[in-house]
Design a protein. Structure first.
Length: 280
């Protein structure tokens, strides 16, 4: 539904049905509705304000003023404080709220932590990190297994499934090419310590590395990606009980967006794929 039509509908139904009920009926979050209510003056926007508005809506309010400024600066120079004031004025601020994960347990080593929180890499397929995360947003429990290349933060392999078993992570691992001098870091989950997984790791010419137990910061990059995925999709749009096919589609589209379009400050405000291509 077009924003203008929905805002007008809410006005007409005032006193008859609550805003919350209308939002739920049409699948529009309350935050989105209130953003739409501030669009009545869009015809009076300056060129800079229009550029900020376009980018905020294009990226679904996932970006703060620094990233919006970086995108605008690709065309012409603008001060980040000016962009911040515009976003505050029109309530176009970043809507993403990151979920904090608490640390539990005392660390001990099963496989040596060869990565040792050295999260930078000077070439592709030299340092990889992997993990599994829950996707509790549908009518059945799903899991995401993903592998990230620390060279540019690109998700180079992933699997979505309803069973968190060894076959699940092997499917993700099998998407990697045969390589040498490659390190793959994970936590100490039972799927990663299994004989089949470790045997396949050796077959591919990969060296294993593992976090200390109960220390997610040892695998901070992939943890951060999974948190961003959830915060910038399901939490942002208030999605909690979607059909399985929709959950899978949302995750796949986000990974494509993350790799191809989502800029990162550490990559000189480029997307992972653009960064990799620019280095060739």
């Amino acid at each position: 539904m077009e924003p203008e039509i929905f805002v007008e509908l809410v006005k007409k139904m005032k006193g008859k049905i609550t805003i919350t009920a209308l939002c739920q009926l049409f699948g529009v979050s309350r935050a989105t509705y209130y953003r739409w209510t501030h669009r009545k003056d869009l015809g009076k926007l300056t060129p800079l304000e229009e550029a900020v508005r376009r980018l905020c809506f294009q990226h679904k309010f996932r970006y703060g003023y620094r990233k919006i400024t970086a995108l605008i600066n690709q065309e012409y120079k603008v001060n980040k404080n000016t962009v911040q004031k515009i976003m505050q004025k029109y309530h176009w601020n970043c809507r993403v709220k990151m979920k904090k994960r608490s640390k539990v347990g005392q660390p001990y080593t099963v496989v040596e932590n060869k990565l040792n929180r050295q999260f930078s890499s000077d070439a592709p397929l030299k340092k990889l990190v992997t993990d599994i995360t829950y996707l509790p947003f549908g009518q059945k429990q799903l899991y995401l297994s993903s592998i990230m290349d620390l060279y540019n933060g690109e998700i180079i392999a992933y699997t979505i499934g309803d069973k968190q078993d060894t076959a699940f992570v092997l499917d993700t691992l099998d998407q990697l090419p045969q390589t040498t001098d490659c390190l793959l870091h994970s936590d100490q989950g039972s799927v990663y310590t299994s004989f089949d997984y470790q045997n396949q790791i050796k077959t591919k010419g990969i060296t294993m590395s593992m976090s200390h137990k109960g220390t997610p910061s040892d695998n901070a990059c992939i943890e951060s990606f999974h948190a961003s995925l959830k915060s910038e999709t399901f939490y942002l749009d208030g999605l909690t009980n979607e059909p399985t096919s929709i959950v899978i589609e949302i995750v796949k589209k986000y990974i494509t967006y993350y790799n191809e379009s989502r800029i990162q400050q550490k990559l000189d405000y480029q997307s992972p794929i653009d960064y990799r291509k620019s280095a060739v």
